[in-house]
Ligand binder design. Sequence first.
Ligand code: G3P
Length: 217
Amino acid sequence: MKFFVDTAEIDAITELNDLGMVDGVTTNPSLIMKSGRDIIEVTKEICELISGPVSAEVVATDSEKMIEEGRKLAKIAPNIAVKLPLTWDGLKACKVLSDEGKMINVTLCFSANQALLAAKAGATFISPFVGRLDDVNLDGMDLINEIRQIYDNFGYQTQILAASIRTVNHVTQSALIGADVITAPPSVIKSLIEHPLTDRGLDQFMADWAKTGQKIL
Ligand code: G3P
């Protein structure tokens, strides 16, 4: 399963990339706002750091403008995935831009039928928002399961990019179901390593080693 980092913070991307944990990056207008950076400038910088797909989202709501914005964003670097919302205008733009050979990430997916439409419109990635479904007392992982089954039934090549990942359990469940990619905030990716028995075991090894009085170096 690929790991994308859901942030526009260069330091956080660099830290995880140095550990080999970054297969791509996703941004959205809220994350650009949080970064306080210019969208073109920060996206270019991310694309220089990361060779995998970097999602940059359009902000127009009509298809013609989305297409124009998508073309502009795609010019930033060859690894840009143009992010489009799951509306009819977004899907129209998806069809046009994917026919031009651009990578497309269709975002704000909350149902299996929406994911089916995105696949038919030629999306490279579909982004179902797991955490936001949990927020309204639904089970976001059920949606990942349904999309996996539907895409496998018909052989759709659109990659399932589980988004709005908030917990380490979302990551485990996505991997078990067979999501192609998860995108998560750096804090969630960093939490994946945590286990109290690892800490306790290491403390024990260090204490016993000290008693031997030996050195390796
Ligand atoms: O990738 C989508 C993500 O940024 C949304 O996450 O936590 O705002 O629902 P969240």
